[in-house]
Design a protein around this ligand. Structure first.
Ligand code: ATP
Ligand code: MG
Length: 225
């Protein structure tokens, strides 16, 4: 993940949301992004994914410039768990269906799930502690349970890069450590990259290789461990 002198602003807003951000993060690492509300953390994640384009500077995701046409196919190798992505009660997709959605970008329309994919769904469900909820409608789960399901969906596709924006905000304190460990194990096993945004730095700090501190759109500090 490489950002070189990156400036991003939202349309209609005169003020840049991130300013002159330069970061080089190893291909295989866990990067923790922290900082106060409005610091630019979500903007940074969406800029890394190429969902937001800088008006100045350059971003490379898995070695590809996010301005290039092939960035959409590069994004298929990535997973993104957005901030506050809760589903309302009327959403009736089962937990299993929601996790299986993580596989769809690699499949043809209506292509059935294979046995090995079934096994992978069961594996990630167990890692995230939602194996007993697989047949429940997603909208009827608690906030913390839903977040676990979204992390499971992010992992099921075996991504090369993972972007998680406050994935633990509704998860109880003990489980945060366990889920952080699950992420670390995945990154090590798959040789993947993970960027984790978290206000509560405690569970993520022990599993991080680098900590990026943002404030008011600028990188205040980069600490390597
Ligand atoms: N859609 C948008 N349109 C205009 N301005 C935005 C938009 N989203 C964010 N901003 C502005 O960009 C800046 C950075 O916002 P961002 O969402 O990246 O912060 P954050 O660090 O993720 O905050 P939080 O901890 O609250 O999630 C803020 O000043 C915010 O007001
Ligand atoms: Mg945010």
């Amino acid at each position: 993940m490489k950002l070189t002198k990156v400036w991003v602003r939202y349309s209609g807003s005169g003020k840049p949301a991130i300013k002159d951000v330069t970061l080089t993060l190893p291909k295989r690492c866990v990067a923790l992004v922290t900082g106060p509300n409005g610091a630019g953390k979500t903007t940074l994640v969406e800029t890394c994914l190429g969902l937001l384009k800088p008006y100045r500077g350059m971003v490379e995701l898995l070695g590809v410039n996010t301005r290039s046409k092939s960035i959409a196919s590069v994004r298929k190798l990535c997973s993104y768990v957005p901030q506050d992505f809760m589903k309302p009660p009327h959403v009736t997709y089962s937990v299993k269906q929601v996790i299986a959605m993580g596989l769809t970008s690699a499949k043809a329309v209506f292509e059935p799930i294979t046995e090995s994919e079934e096994a992978r769904i069961a594996e990630v469900a167990e890692l995230l502690g939602v194996e007993d909820l697989l047949d429940k409608p997603i909208g009827k789960l608690s906030g913390g349970q839903q977040q676990r399901v979204f992390v499971a969906r992010a992992l099921v596709r075996n991504p090369q890069a993972l972007f998680l924006d406050e994935p633990f905000s509704s998860v109880d304190a003990d489980s945060r450590y366990r889920i952080a460990e699950v992420l670390r194990e995945y990154v090590d096993k798959a040789g993947a990259f993970a960027m984790v945004v978290s206000h509560d730095t405690r569970p993520v700090e022990p599993i991080s290789d680098v900590i990026v501190e943002l404030d008011n759109g600028v990188v205040k500090g980069v600490r390597e461990k």
